[in-house]
Design a protein around this ligand. Structure first.
Ligand SMILES: [Zn+2]
Length: 108
């Protein structure tokens, strides 16, 4: 597989439809959505974690807060591909509950 989800530079690229809201591609369904509609993942100590409110610099993987997208991303190894490194993906149920609490904290 040679498909790169991050082929263009995320900061220096010149998108045709340049909106003020940054868009990211979900690694599950490959849909482009505004970053605020997606959940971001990082690698922490070799393990995949849902990123907190404060975005850390560096590479992240973006996903719709949807069980379908999560399943697809895990099945297609979207996480290690997007993060460009091997990553230990936790149990899907555990990951999903992390996503849910993350989304809830954003909605308060
Ligand atoms: Zn998706």
């Amino acid at each position: 597989m040679s498909v790169s989800l991050f082929a263009g530079s995320p900061t220096g690229g010149k998108d045709v439809a340049h909106d003020e809201k940054p868009t990211r591609t979900c690694i599950g369904c490959r849909t482009r959505r505004t970053a605020s509609a997606l959940v971001r993942f990082k690698v922490l100590g070799g393990k995949l974690v849902v990123e907190g409110r404060k975005l850390l610099p560096g590479r992240g993987a973006w996903l719709c807060p949807s069980q379908d997208c999560l399943s697809r991303a895990v099945r297609s190894r979207g996480f290690p591909r997007a993060l460009r490194q091997d990553v230990l993906v936790p149990d899907r149920a555990a990951l999903w509950s992390d996503i849910c609490s993350r989304v809830e904290s954003l909605r308060q």
